[in-house]
Design a protein around this ligand. Structure first.
Ligand code: FAD
Length: 203
């Protein structure tokens, strides 16, 4: 598949959380025909070197590597309609007649909405997004981290940023919440502006 309604770029805490919430709306009429993809590059995730003792719902001692592996499996098994694109890195975004062309090191994709979840590294270099880069406002200046200019996660029409790159401090739950928040913004948009959340309840 090469054309998406929404394409998430980055498969760390924020990107996978966005994908899970978007995927969970599959039975809603306004979302059932939407195509959702995630470029699930995980090579440079901050999770990779962490061990997690302070996250609700995650067993203390769980490694970030386990969260990355389990997250991919969770998404694939629970919401298999969310298309996972492995082993590709985004290098360029172009706006073309109301949608975006996303170029990776291997392929091209088209999407109506893109969600950028690539973390705050100052090595950020995605052509087409570099003009939104600014110094991170909530991390120590000495670390030289960056964020994308945004207003409540919206960078510009059709472009959202989530996770630490959105200007949040680096904590797992904050990054996940940021992704979940944007997912519900997009579901609300698909649902004609009616405030939307997805909850499963015990029968
Ligand atoms: C050593 C360490 C220990 C930590 N311990 C804790 C802790 O105990 N508790 C806690 O709450 N938080 C902890 N954190 C912080 C937590 O890991 C981060 O806050 C969280 O991972 C941020 O999520 P994110 O999605 O913004 O970024 P990331 O998880 O870093 O995800 C970014 C993703 O984007 C991908 N990517 C990058 N460039 C591209 C590209 N061009 N194209 C496509 N994909 C790309 C990367 O491979 C990565 O998977 C720790 C972090 C570190 C480094």
């Amino acid at each position: 598949m090469n054309t998406f309604d929404v394409l998430i770029i980055g498969g760390g805490a924020a990107g996978m959380s966005t994908a899970l919430v978007l995927g969970s709306a599959k039975n809603k009429p306004f979302a059932s025909n939407k195509t959702i993809g995630i470029i699930i590059h995980q090579k440079t995730s901050a999770l990779a070197s962490g061990i997690f003792n302070n996250v609700l719902g995650i067993k203390p001692g769980t490694t970030g590597k386990e969260i990355l592996d389990e997250g991919k499996k969770h998404l694939a098994e629970t919401y298999p309609h969310v298309f996972q694109i492995e082993k590709e890195k985004v290098i360029k975004i172009e706006s073309k007649a109301g949608s975006f062309m996303i170029t990776t090191n291997k392929n091209n994709y088209q999407a109506k909405i893109i969600i950028v979840a690539v973390g705050p590294s100052n090595l950020f270099n995605i052509e087409g997004l570099n003009q939104y880069v600014e110094p991170h406002q909530k991390l120590p200046a000495a670390k030289e981290r960056i964020q994308l200019k945004n207003n409540d996660h919206k960078v510009s029409e059709g472009i959202y940023v989530v996770g630490v790159l959105a200007g949040w401090r680096s904590q797992f739950s904050i990054a996940c919440g940021s992704g979940a928040s944007v997912a519900t913004d997009i579901l609300t948009e698909w649902n004609n502006g009616n405030p939307t959340m997805v909850h499963d309840a015990i029968e």
